[in-house]
Design a protein around this ligand. Structure first.
Ligand code: ADP
Ligand code: MG
Length: 828
């Protein structure tokens, strides 16, 4: 047997490892966490630790090891989790070892060790392990027949949702959620493209998933959606398996209905740079980056989710708009609200920890204080027109009751070291590191224990004083260290009373204990233990009370987070002169003086109008031409972003705007590189175009930027032509903008009145071309590529030669335009 070759300690490690497949075991040995065997190599590499060897404890050769001191857990754990690893923290039991002497141990038996908690990237709730500005999602995917069940939870906030989707919808949802961890059942393989480059955790078979869900959430109603049910059940099972006794309390899973939000497929979310920039994936420079003036992390997360999920119901959009409008109109209200909200901070995650009974002492205090913010909120908002704003400060009895209890039990701030949030690897249940977190009045037992402790400490002081009054002992001191406990210290060669017992010394001092001191030390230790035990009891009780108030806290948190997100929209609107758009169910999009919300913040901006009409006689499809750098891409994105902002409930950067609701926005840009994905750029372009044509309805907004760029000129132009024609005359006629440098496409407008020509203008001056970024009626007649090349500094001789070639081909191109005009099928 292989195991027989190792000592007992190594065998213990191997057993734990086998019980937790796919999980890195952090094995507590004394004051270190150690990792052995192959995992040691991996962890040493990931964390930059030194890889060493330790004796196997038996006849086997030494085993690889790396490790770190136990107090460094908070540093190293997040790094492992953020790289997608799952980690089991394994602690030594407190009991003295009883087993036979293990050759791997320190002599004598070895301590038993157990996994106290498994941490996975999608299930952590410790605030130090989570990003503040976005939710951390655990997602389960369960295919069933031709449907995909998707369930997701943000454990820290209690959100739990499920849906049944097709694969495009699932890809869009995954892009929004950006899961920290995806669980997939071994018996339900998931299409590779959905999980490629995502941190996947395989879990056991799914046959009991639905019943597991039923058991945990009898009230959950996902009936008729078996795939969603299985996915939600996988989440329940996984949390039970990894979280042990501390399973956080989640909302009952609710159905996420895709038709309540605007459809934004994965590519569109990236192209529009809603929450991060496309290339560097940074928040700064994204729409969220420019709009985020929130004052709480929960508000920040709410705003992020709103931008990824614009609404399609005019009534709910109007509700948000009216609140923003009220806030825009009242700077005093904005300032007052910002102050109050900032003080409440991240109540949402606090409520999550409270529900899991993991609240730290600071958490408990903060939860109590949240209730005390309400009267002030009520005062600030009492004159508001919006019922939402007026309700922010309404009394919350469950919270008030908790606040009273916490206020009576807890001292105002931590005495001594402040206990942070719950310890990541810890088992919970400790009274934190504060010396006196609870008031003496919190319980008669605590009062008694504290009296005893105070009495012992007082004795200590008077004892030393009494000693110092004795001849020759004026320099006696009472000291304490962790190995010797309490002792008296005097300079060497001091004559001490005969009943003092020498305990050693240093170069200049001698140390002694006395019978009275020993007796006192005993008394002190007992009193301290009593105080600690009583504090643990009180902490458990208060955590129980906090768990009961957690539901109310969570509800309040969601209201306040929404208020913060609305406030942020109002602050931006007020500062940048944005207007309230009219959002209706009409067919038209009419924007006057529109600006790009991100670009306008960077410098002077040329406003432009836009008009599009669904199923319209005209303006259904805009063909936008113009040279490179003239502002085409900016204009079309700005139209898309203004529609999106309007439907998220925001004001928009324009002098006026009327938005006929869009059920979805689809954008594509020609010839993007996806080298990592291993597909040719043109293939991607065509796949993406195909999925837009599949998904769009008459009510969608389509923005195609230079399609047909990734292939030869003729092919590319032919495809661009056919796509534009299909959008204008095909079975579905969405509002669409097609930007192209194939100015030949202008011929389409001669035949189809629903096609409108716009061009981004260029000004030719003797010193070269400039781009005023004005968009006006008409079509560009040539592409100015050579002028742009000149601006970019290509050699003069090269430019001269390019001009000659261009002169030779231009007549051909004009002829192509004429022929295409004739070839175009009239009608429709
Ligand atoms: P195109 O797609 O026609 O090549 P872009 O939209 O990429 O042009 O714009 C080129 C540059 O001009 C961008 O850097 C952008 O910031 C700037 N720009 C575009 N439109 C405007 C505008 N309306 N006002 C000010 N700057 C603009
Ligand atoms: Mg462009």
């Amino acid at each position: 047997m292989r195991r027989a070759q190792y000592g007992e300690l190594v065998n213990q490690y191997l057993e734990l490892r086998d019980d937790h497949p796919g999980v890195i075991i952090l094995f507590r040995v004394g004051s270190f966490y150690e990792v052995w065997f192959e995992d040691a190599e991996l962890v040493a590499r990931e964390l930059g630790l030194k890889l060493t060897e330790r004796p196997s404890g038996g006849s086997a050769p030494p085993v690889s090891q790396c490790g770190f001191a136990h107090h460094a857990l908070d540093t190293f754990l997040p790094r492992l989790l953020s790289r997608g690893y799952r980690v089991a923290v394994c602690e030594e039991s407190e009991e003295e070892p009883t087993g036979p002497a293990g050759s791997g141990g320190t002599g004598g038996g070895i301590r038993q060790r157990d996994v106290v908690r498994t941490l996975t990237p999608g299930t952590v709730t410790d605030p130090r392990l989570l990003r503040e500005d976005r939710p951390t999602y655990l997602v389960a995917i369960a295919p069933l027949d031709d449907r995909l069940g998707l369930a997701w939870t943000d454990v820290a906030a209690g959100e739990f949702k499920a849906a049944e989707l097709d694969s495009d919808e699932a890809a869009a949802e995954l892009q929004r959620l950006e899961p920290a961890e995806v669980i997939v059942s071994v018996d339900r393989p998931v299409p590779e493209e959905l999980i490629a480059r995502r941190p996947v955790t395989p879990v056991g078979p799914s046959e009991n998933a639905a019943s597991q869900l039923q058991r945990a959430f009898p009230e959950a109603d996902l009936s008729g959606l078996p795939a969603a049910e299985i996915a939600a059940g996988l989440i329940v099972g996984y949390l039970e398996e990894t979280q042990g006794a501390e399973v956080p309390v989640l909302d009952a899973p609710s159905l996420a209905t895709p038709d309540e939000v605007m459809r934004l497929d994965a590519v569109t979310q990236r192209h529009l740079e809603l929450v991060e920039t496309e290339r560097t994936r940074e928040r700064a420079g994204s729409l969220l980056g420019t709009l985020d003036r929130t004052v709480t992390p929960m508000g920040r997360r709410m705003l992020r989710s709103w931008l990824l999920r614009p609404l399609v119901n005019p009534r709910t959009i109007t509700v948000r708009q009216q609140i923003v409008a009220e806030l825009v109109a009242d700077a005093g209200l904005r300032a007052g609200l910002a102050d109050r909200l900032a003080a409440v901070a991240d109540l949402e995650r606090l409520a999550g920890r409270a529900s899991a009974r993991r609240a730290s002492l600071d958490d408990l205090r903060a939860l109590g204080e949240a209730a005390s913010a309400l009267p002030e909120l009520a005062r600030i908002t009492e004159g508001c027109a919006s019922p939402f704003l007026r309700a922010l400060g309404r009394p919350r009895p469950a919270l008030a009751e908790f606040a009273e209890r916490a206020g009576a039990a807890l001292t105002p701030t931590g005495g001594g070291t402040r206990g942070g949030a719950s310890r990541s690897g810890g088992t919970g249940g400790q009274a934190g590191q504060e010396e006196r977190p609870f008031r003496a009045s919190a319980s008669p037992d605590l009062a008694e224990a504290l009296t005893r402790l105070d009495r012992a400490r007082a004795w200590q002081g008077s004892y030393v004083e009494r000693l110092r009054r004795q001849p020759g002992l004026s320099r006696v001191k009472l000291e304490q260290n962790s190995t010797q406990g309490l002792f008296l210290e005097v300079p060497v060669n001091t004559r001490v009373p005969t009943d003092w017992i020498r305990r050693g010394g240093l170069q200049k001092v001698e140390r002694y204990s006395t019978p009275a001191l020993d007796e006192h030390a005993q008394e002190l230790a007992e009193a301290e233990a009593e105080v600690a035990a009583e504090a643990r009891v009180l902490l458990t009780e208060l955590r129980g009370a906090a768990a009961e108030a957690a539901g109310a806290a969570r509800d309040l948190a969601r209201h306040l987070a929404a208020a913060d997100a609305l406030l942020s929209l109002a602050v931006v609107a007020a500062e940048r002169g944005w207007v309230q758009p009219t959002v209706d169910t009409g067919d038209a999009i009419e924007i006057a003086g529109g600006r790009h919300p991100v670009v306008e913040a960077l410098g002077p901006f040329q406003p432009n109008d836009a008009r599009l009409a669904a199923r319209g006689e005209r303006d259904q499809l805009v063909i936008l031409t113009g040279p490179n750098m003239a502002g085409k891409s900016t204009w079309m994105r700005q139209v898309a972003l203004i529609v999106l902002l309007a439907q998220a409930g925001s004001f928009v950067p324009a002098t006026s705007a009327r938005i006929g609701l869009a059920d979805g926005i689809f954008t594509r840009i020609g010839a993007v590189d996806d080298l990592a994905g291993g597909r040719s750029t043109f293939m991607i372009e065509m796949e993406e175009t195909a999925s837009v044509l599949r998904a769009a309805s008459d009510r969608s907004l389509i923005v195609l930027d230079e399609i047909g760029r990734g292939t030869s000129t003729h092919d590319g132009m032919a495809i661009a032509w056919a796509v534009a024609e299909y959008l204008a005359t095909g079975p579905v006629r969405p509002r669409a903008v097609v930007a192209t440098h194939y100015h030949e496409l202008a011929a389409l407008a001669e035949v189809h009145p629903q096609v409108t020509l716009l061009r981004a203008t260029v000004e030719e001056r003797p010193e070269g071309v400039t781009f005023p970024h004005r968009v006006e009626a008409g079509a560009a007649d040539r592409s100015f590529g050579i002028e742009v090349a000149r601006l970019a500094g290509l050699p003069a001789a090269l430019l001269e030669r390019a001009r000659q070639v261009a002169d030779a081909v231009e007549p051909l191109s004009a002829e192509v335009g004429r022929r295409l005009g004739r070839a175009t099928r009239p009608g429709s």
